[in-house]
Structures are given as structure tokens and as C-alpha cells.
Design a protein around this ligand. Structure first.
Ligand SMILES: *[C@@H]1O[C@H](CO)[C@@H](O)[C@H](O)[C@H]1NC(C)=O
Ligand SMILES: *[C@@H]1O[C@H](CO)[C@@H](O)[C@H](O)[C@H]1NC(C)=O
Ligand SMILES: *[C@@H]1O[C@H](CO)[C@@H](O)[C@H](O)[C@H]1NC(C)=O
Ligand SMILES: *[C@@H]1O[C@H](CO)[C@@H](O)[C@H](O)[C@H]1NC(C)=O
Ligand SMILES: *[C@@H]1O[C@H](CO)[C@@H](O)[C@H](O)[C@H]1NC(C)=O
Ligand SMILES: *[C@@H]1O[C@H](CO)[C@@H](O)[C@H](O)[C@H]1NC(C)=O
Length: 447
């Protein structure tokens, strides 16, 4: 018995000591953790204060500039700061410096967008950044944006940012929402098709141009309105299965509308108005059941409207004025919608009455114009070739004959030509197929 009791007596203090050590270890660890948290928090607070200074202490940030702990600020409509483990994860500032054409509300000349975003890279956990109507100006520093590696939502709308949408945006792989609307951005938009999580793209009301931007399959809201985008709406848009809201109004888009876009299963709102979209919407065009707004007004559309766009209902509003639809109200004369390139081939109208002639006359005129143009073009080509061939014959009699393929006239001459170089040249000239053969025969006739 004695050994066991002595072990117990000796064991008790040992256990106590152990427990004591353990608990101090735990408390000191949690102390150091909270200490490091407060240092993180205070460094983040310093970063936020620096940001306030770079933004010229806007009223929206008054509370932030004074707050000892920004993470404890209650959210307001103009300012939200969210934190996790003492790190800022979301920052949303809605200012009152709405852009105006003469830059009255822009930040002063010592502002630097580069310095601002460099400062923001010291908030490495930032996943949501909204700096709206704060007077930011200058080009977007792409390299700095790319360093905001956790960023999921970026909203810089209603500022004075200009220059390109930086190519680095194409590599901000965690982005879900990109809102750059209402700035002075110009140039083209880089391909965003590699951004697999990108659901919202709003670059409306800028000075962007070039082709319709490429976006990834996750996009549900796409706004390009009020820019200078040109070219066609790519057929790929009709395979954006998540698309709910599409606004490409007020651009210079042209060509046929990929009509399958109206039937996208999630689509609720589509605005294609004020472009140069042309052609006819096929009668088979279907609309998604969810579709509430269709605006195709002020384009160059012709023919009859598809059944699902012929009337308004409580569930769907269709706006179609300012086209050349033959079965709708408030339409333009059909001559307005005929393509400009073909119209240019038409002879100038004889009298003021010619325009009234409308659809049928215009159609016949157009056909005549095309035929005339083709004939004139062929004659011109023939004439040029005659001149060229005549000149060539004067210089290298052999080659000229070689250039006229498979005509009974040439067969003997073919054997007569020996030099390799001459043969090569002859082949080059002789290669173009049937069409040019026919033209050559035609020229032979003329000669
Ligand atoms: C810009 O200049 C003003 C004074 O002219 C100054 O108060 C402000 O701190 C400067 N801003 C920056 C970001 O340096
Ligand atoms: C951009 O941020 C502002 C301020 O938070 C917000 O009011 C606005 O709705 C946002 N825009 C988009 C398109 O999310
Ligand atoms: C964009 O605008 C700036 C001036 O604001 C101009 O210098 C630049 O050439 C423009 N870039 C393009 C691609 O139009
Ligand atoms: C589009 O381009 C034209 C001419 O190139 C220019 O006058 C117009 O201001 C531009 N519009 C926008 C929204 O950038
Ligand atoms: C479509 O866009 C135009 C111009 O941007 C706008 O005036 C119109 O209200 C929009 N249509 C719908 C249905 O929202
Ligand atoms: C639907 O109603 C609007 C007015 O709210 C009208 O301008 C438009 O022409 C109507 N659309 C159709 C297809 O009747």
C-alpha cells in the first residue's frame, strides 16, 4: 500500500504543476494571438486612415477617420467596413462627388490612383471593394489591382477613371463582380472569358470601343450600355446559360441579332436599343418564359416581329419603336433600314418623290445597283488585266501566254518555255481557279 499512496502524494503537485504550466501556455498563447490581432487591426486602421487622406477626407469617410477601431463601425448607406479576425474583408464607400463634364468634383491634381491602390494592397483579406462617386481619376493601375488577390467584388462606378481597362483584370480569377460604370474609360475590354466565377460585368457609360467583350459562362448580368462598342453581337452570347440581365443599348453594334438569346432560360431583361442591329428576327424566335423586358427600339430591324414580341402583356413589356418593322407602330420607312454600303451603289434619287417610293422601288433599285456594281467591277478588272497583260507581253512574251491557262491556244507555247523561274512565275499567275479562268477567256476574246 505504501508505495501507491506515496506516488499519489508525489503525483498531486506534479499534476498541479503540469496543469498550471498548461494553462499559462494556453493563456499566453491566446494573449499573443489577441496581441497580434490588435497589431493587425491597428495596422489595418492605419491603412484605412491613409486611404482617407488619399481620398481627401470625403464626408462619407468622416466616421472612419475618427474611429479607433474601424471594424466596430456600424454600417451606414455611405460606409460599410467588414472584418474577419481583425482583417478588413469588405470596404464600401459611397461618396457624393458624382462626375460632371467639367471635372468639378474630381480629386485635386495631387491625387494618385496608383498610390490609392498601393495602399489598398495592405488590406490582403479584402474581398469586396466599392469606391463609388469619390472623384477618383487617372488610369486604373492594373498591377496593383492584381495584387488584391482575394477580391471578389470591385465597384468603382461614378468616378473619373480614364484610359484602358487594364489587361490584368483578365487574371483576377476570384472576381465575381466587376463594376466600372460611369467613368471615362476608353479603348477595348480585355477578354474576361477566363474568369470562371464572374457573374456581373458592368462597364456601362464609358468611352469603350472595339468588339463586344468576351465573358465567361457564369455571367448573369452584363451591361455595356452607353459606349462605342462595334461589330456584331457574338453568337456565343446565346450560350450564356445564366444570363438574366443584358443591356447593350446605345452602342454601335450591327448585324443580325443571334435570336436564340431571347430564349435563354434565365433571361428577364434584354435591352438592345439604340444600335445599328439589322435584318429580320426569324419567325421562329422564341422568348424565355421569364422574359419581362424586351427593348429592341431604335435599330435597323425589318420584316415582321416574331410572335412573342408582338404585344405587351402584364408579364412582358416589348419596346420596338424606331425600326422598320412592317407590322408595328412608330416605325421608320424601310429605306432607312437598308444597309448603307448597298445604298451607296444606288444612283442618286431623281426627284423628291423617289424616297416615297418606299420598299418595293427601293428593292428593285437595290438589285439593279448590285448587278450594275458587279458588272462595272468585272469590266474594270478586265480592263486592268488587259493593260497588264499587254504590258507584260511586250516585256516577256512567253509568260503572258503561260498565264492564260488550258486554252487550245496556249498548249504549244507551254512546251516552249524552259526556264524554271519563268515556270514558277507562270504557275503563280495561273493558279486561281475557275473564276479567273473564265475572266482570262473573256480577256482573250477582247484581245
Ligand atoms: C493635396 O494637397 C492638399 C493641399 O493642397 C493637401 O491638404 C492634401 O493632403 C494633399 N493630398 C495628398 C494625397 O497628398
Ligand atoms: C456599386 O456600389 C454602390 C455603393 O455601395 C452601390 O450603391 C451600387 O449599387 C453598386 N453597383 C452595382 C452595380 O453593384
Ligand atoms: C484614351 O483617352 C486618352 C485621353 O483621355 C487618350 O490619350 C488615349 O489615346 C485614349 N486611348 C484610346 C485607345 O482611345
Ligand atoms: C463614340 O465615338 C464618337 C466618334 O468616334 C464620339 O464622338 C463619341 O463621343 C463616342 N461616344 C462615346 C460614348 O464614347
Ligand atoms: C433601354 O435602354 C435605353 C437607353 O439606354 C433606355 O432609355 C430604356 O429605358 C431602356 N429600356 C428598358 C426597358 O429598360
Ligand atoms: C408596349 O407598350 C409601350 C408603351 O408602354 C409601347 O410603346 C409599345 O409599342 C408596346 N409594345 C407593343 C409590342 O405593342
Amino acid at each position: 500500500m505504501a508505495p501507491s499512496s506515496s506516488t499519489r502524494r508525489a503525483g498531486a503537485p506534479l499534476l498541479l504543476l503540469l496543469l498550471c504550466c498548461l494553462s499559462t501556455a494556453v493563456t499566453s498563447q491566446s494573449q499573443s494571438q489577441s496581441q497580434s490581432q490588435t497589431t493587425v487591426a491597428s495596422s489595418q486602421a492605419k491603412t484605412l486612415y491613409r486611404m482617407c487622406r488619399l481620398l481627401g477626407f470625403p464626408p462619407a469617410l468622416a466616421a472612419l477617420a475618427k474611429a479607433p477601431d474601424p471594424c466596430a463601425l456600424p454600417p451606414t448607406p455611405s460606409l460599410t467596413v467588414a472584418c474577419a479576425a481583425g482583417q478588413v474583408t469588405a470596404l464600401s464607400v459611397l461618396g457624393d462627388r458624382r462626375p460632371d463634364p467639367v471635372w468639378r468634383t474630381a480629386l485635386p491634381s495631387n491625387f494618385s490612383a496608383d498610390a490609392l491602390f498601393t495602399t489598398l494592397t495592405r488590406l490582403p483579406a479584402l474581398s469586396r471593394l466599392e469606391l463609388v462617386a469619390l472623384g477618383l481619376w487617372g488610369p486604373l493601375p492594373g498591377a496593383k489591382l492584381l495584387r488584391l488577390g482575394a477580391l471578389q467584388a470591385l465597384n468603382l462606378s461614378a468616378n473619373y477613371l480614364y484610359g484602358a481597362v487594364p489587361e490584368q483584370v483578365a487574371r483576377m480569377y476570384s472576381l465575381q463582380s466587376l463594376v466600372l460604370s460611369g467613368n471615362w474609360l476608353n479603348g477595348t475590354v480585355p477578354s474576361l472569358s477566363g474568369l470562371a466565377f464572374l457573374q456581373e460585368v458592368d462597364v456601362g457609360q464609358n468611352r469603350l470601343d472595339g468588339a463586344f467583350p468576351e465573358v465567361g459562362k457564369a455571367v448573369a448580368r452584363l451591361v455595356l450600355a452607353g459606349n462605342n462598342f462595334t461589330g456584331k453581337i457574338p453568337a456565343g452570347v446565346a450560350s450564356l446559360g445564366q444570363l438574366r440581365f443584358l443591356d447593350v443599348s446605345r452602342n454601335r453594334l450591327e448585324g443580325w441579332i443571334p435570336s436564340a438569346v431571347f430564349a435563354l432560360p434565365a433571361l428577364r431583361h434584354i435591352n438592345l436599343s439604340h444600335n445599328k442591329l439589322s435584318g429580320q428576327l426569324p419567325a421562329s424566335t422564341a422568348c424565355a418564359d421569364t422574359l419581362e423586358f424586351v427593348d429592341v427600339s431604335a435599330n435597323l430591324l425589318i420584316g415582321a416581329r416574331p410572335a412573342c414580341m408582338r404585344s405587351n402583356s402584364s408579364a412582358r413589356t416589348v419596346l420596338d419603336a424606331g425600326n422598320c418593322f412592317r407590322d408595328a407602330k412608330l416605325q421608320r420607312p424601310s429605306t432607312y433600314c437598308s444597309p448603307g454600303a448597298l445604298a451607296a451603289l444606288l444612283p442618286p434619287p431623281q426627284g423628291s418623290g423617289a424616297e416615297q417610293g418606299g420598299g418595293k422601288g427601293g428593292g428593285v433599285g437595290m438589285v439593279l445597283g448590285i448587278v450594275g456594281g458587279v458588272v462595272a467591277g468585272a469590266l474594270l478588272i478586265a480592263l486592268v488585266m488587259v493593260v497588264v497583260l499587254r504590258r507584260a507581253r511586250r516585256q516577256h512574251p512567253g509568260v503572258t501566254v503561260m498565264a492564260l491557262p488550258k486554252s487550245p491556244l496556249i498548249a504549244p507555247a507551254k512546251k516552249a518555255v524552259g526556264a524554271k523561274a519563268t515556270t514558277k512565275l507562270a504557275q503563280k499567275i495561273a493558279t486561281p481557279a475557275d473564276k479567273s479562268k473564265r475572266i482570262n477567256k473573256f480577256i482573250l476574246h477582247l484581245l
